[in-house]
Ligand binder design. Sequence first.
Ligand SMILES: [Zn+2]
Length: 241
Amino acid sequence: MADTTNSGCRSALLDSLGWVDHAFQAAGEPPPPEAAYGHQRHSPTVVLDEENVPPKSCESDGLIGVTTRPVAVYTADCLPVLIADARQHHVAAVHAGLKGALAGVLFSAVARLKALGASSDSLFVAIGPAISPCCYELGENVLSDIKQNPRVRQPVAWTIEQPHNPLAVRPQAQAQQQGIWFDLPQLGRQMLLQMGIPAEQIELLNICTYCMAETGASYRRNTHFNSGYRSRYSWIQRVGA
Ligand SMILES: [Zn+2]
């Protein structure tokens, strides 16, 4: 299990590339001062880094980095997705919660990278700490909306019984309704696979923001306990040539 208590966590897959630096920072830590990030709206909008310098100059939920400037997203339970294109040495940071994923933000980010010269097999992706099926309850009506979404082409991962998380460091979410337990990181992974990215080039960090990550990392836990939450900044940048 990754230690996210103080300094955030990293992807071994992205580290193996050798030409990117990145971090899924701990909740509440400030982003790198030169990082570009958008005013996030759970939209499919993806822009180039320069359009969000200074940060939040425009609305976007994904940024493409074509320079050495870090591109970032901030999340609480949503998926922070960092992408590196080994062909052009471009990078991307994407904020993909359930709403944004269903609106197509991962598809727009990959399409934009491909328009700039990437191919499916040149992309390496890491999905950082996010709410996981051990703690992510949804109503049946939401599940049926997900299944009917045209971007969801394969069966999605969910269970009726709440999955036990043996790695939890605090109590898992308690059921609030007669709902189901949904696997959001797997939905993100499925969408990436659907776009032709090889499975071995997608890493899930498998850290649940509700029951495993550092204190104050989960928006949903805050809604249950009024315990407070702070954004997690995740960023990626090209280093060297
Ligand atoms: Zn959990």
